[in-house]
Design a protein around this ligand. Structure first.
Ligand code: DC
Length: 230
């Protein structure tokens, strides 16, 4: 059976990566977390002092982009790929609230997007890929055979993210996580270059009141139909 491209977009903390990982595993496809790429560039920008200080130097960041080498390395025991920035495993560091608070700003920069979108197109060119992000169905793979747009209420999403951060030992309040979710929603959907929006041919999936098992069953069945019809 021919392989297809599966694009999963949506707001932050809608569980895109959870369903994308499960779906990739069930179909034996490659999973690509494009948010991790924007997060790794953000970590680089913080480490080099381009952002996070008194004044941002986004132009400086753009000039330094050629020094950013990103790679996904598959971790067999975890069952998914981890993000490496210039040879270092940064999987933990890119998931902190500090990075989340800066990442939307970095994702507005056109040159950053051009670099990462180019890499993403390359990674998915053989199909058999499940890619999640904000612009996968609209910009990276506008011809993807199966597009999903995930939504859930801001409160549901903030609570999920809050629990995740607490489990990892980060000291955060629900209020600041909710604020981060709302701020990112706004910036992601109002930026000039490839803002977050539902592709016309994407199916919208609200999982506010849905368990993971039901969600996987439904989306997996959708995917099978798309693959069979391909
Ligand atoms: O999915 P995530 O929360 O890890 O994404 C982090 C940020 O990266 C998010 O606020 C918006 C940005 N992003 C983007 O602009 N385009 C993508 N394809 C993926 C993420």
């Amino acid at each position: 059976m021919g392989k297809i491209t599966i694009a999963i977009d949506g707001y932050s903390s809608t569980g895109k990566s959870t369903i994308a990982k499960q779906l990739a595993k069930a179909l034996d496809y490659v999973y690509v977390d494009t948010g991790a790429m924007y997060r790794a560039v953000t970590l680089f920008a913080m480490q080099e002092g381009f952002i996070g200080g008194d004044k941002d130097d986004l132009e400086g960041l753009v000039h330094a982009l050629s020094k950013v080498e990103l790679k996904f390395v598959y971790n067999k025991s975890l069952g998914f790929s981890e993000m490496y920035l210039n040879g270092e495993n940064v999987e933990q560091q890119i998931r902190t609230l500090a990075v989340s608070q800066q990442v939307s700003k970095v994702a507005t920069i056109e040159k950053v997007r051009l670099k990462l979108v180019g890499m993403q197109k390359e990674m998915g060119k053989k199909k058999g890929v499940v890619m999640d992000g904000r612009d996968i169905g609209t910009v990276v793979f506008p011809n993807a055979e199966f597009k999903i747009f995930m939504t859930a209420s801001p409160e549901t999403r903030a609570f999920r993210r809050y629990k995740e951060l607490l489990d990892k030992g980060e000291e955060v309040s629900y209020k600041e996580v909710l604020k981060n979710v709302q701020t990112r929603d706004y910036i992601d959907s109002h930026r000039e270059f490839s803002p977050l929006k539902k592709a016309d041919d994407a199916i919208e999936f609200d999982n506010s009141d849905m368990g993971l098992k039901e969600q996987l069953e439904r989306i997996y069945n959708f995917a099978l139909r798309k693959i069979e019809g391909n």
